[in-house]
Design a protein around this ligand. Structure first.
Ligand code: SAM
Length: 271
């Protein structure tokens, strides 16, 4: 039953149907996850990314989270973050925002998330990181003044939004001229025209595009045993948790394998 509901939610997300219901359903889902799943380790909520080639450098304490950090590393690779004000939209449990804040010389990182319980968990899980701040806010109506950020990061969150157009317009509004917007998320090939249309904002100049499926699948494989142990600890909703976590044989895992779902990354410069 829960599994069928989750499947319907994913399919409705794909079709872009019922934006208000979807927004409410995703908010409720993340509120429940953040309220129930309280184990200290889970500071990330993404599917992870392990790039081909040599491993990128990490502090020893960050190694256990390498797969999840991978999505953030690819998002900002090659960008000079020194002195920059960074905004992460959809910051979840805050592990990514905290990792960004630990990159040398970053001026500040603000993580914003729509689910208040998720923001509370982010604060509890990432204490004492200089320059790091979390607050409640909506990607489609950001609680920030115009042109206040140099870099906007958005990882695996935009599939929850009611309107990509409103979200992209908000990103363009809060970015300073010359600032960078770096995005990663999943879409089916059928959704690509709508995605392109949303990204064709006159204030955003496209810089780079990539498909991450292979590295995301590598990360899912690397985390399979850990996640299976975590799911086995839960008393309820194991089938829906397996779907949510994209475990082997799940709908999402299969779709990523067959490329019926594409995990994409994009970068833009604010004109
Ligand atoms: C899959 S999690 C990813 C979290 C984080 N980026 C990470 O990689 O660990 C998606 C996050 O987006 C947040 N979210 C969904 N809709 C949102 C919205 N309209 N505005 C801000 N955050 C939103 C959810 O509450 C959730 O924390």
């Amino acid at each position: 039953m829960a599994n069928a509901l989750f499947t319907r939610m994913l399919q409705a997300t794909e079709r872009g149907a019922f934006p208000r219901v979807r927004r409410a359903a995703w908010k409720a889902s993340y509120t429940v996850i953040s309220s129930v799943w309280r184990r200290p380790r889970w500071r990330f909520m993404n599917y992870g990314y392990i790039p081909a080639g040599p491993a990128f450098p990490l502090a020893p304490a960050e190694e256990a989270e390498r797969a999840f950090i991978g999505l953030y590393h690819q998002a900002v690779e090659g960008l000079d973050l020194r002195g920059k004000a960074v905004l992460e939209i959809g910051s979840g449990h805050g592990g990514g925002a905290a990792w960004l804040a630990r990159q040398g010389g970053v001026a500040s990182v603000t993580g914003v998330d729509r689910a208040a319980a998720t923001v509370a968990r982010a604060r509890a899980l990432n204490p004492g990181v200089p320059g790091l701040l979390f607050r409640v806010g909506d990607a489609e109506a950001l609680p920030f003044a115009d042109a206040g950020f140099d870099v906007v990061v958005n990882i695996e969150s935009s599939h929850c939004y009611g309107s990509m157009d409103r979200f992209v317009a908000e990103v363009a509004r809060v970015l300073r001229p010359g600032g960078v917007f770096t995005w990663a998320d999943m879409r089916s090939p059928a959704m690509l025209p709508a995605l392109e249309a949303a990204f064709a904002h006159p204030a955003l100049e496209p810089l780079a595009t990539a498909e991450l499926n292979e590295g995301v699948l590598a990360a899912l494989e690397a985390m399979e045993v850990d996640k299976a142990a975590e799911i086995a600890r839960q008393k309820l909703f194991r089938p829906v948790l397996r779907e949510f976590a994209a475990m082997r044989g799940s709908l999402l895992r299969t779709a990523l394998e067959t490329r019926q779902t594409l995990y994409l990354a994009r970068r833009f410069r604010r004109r």
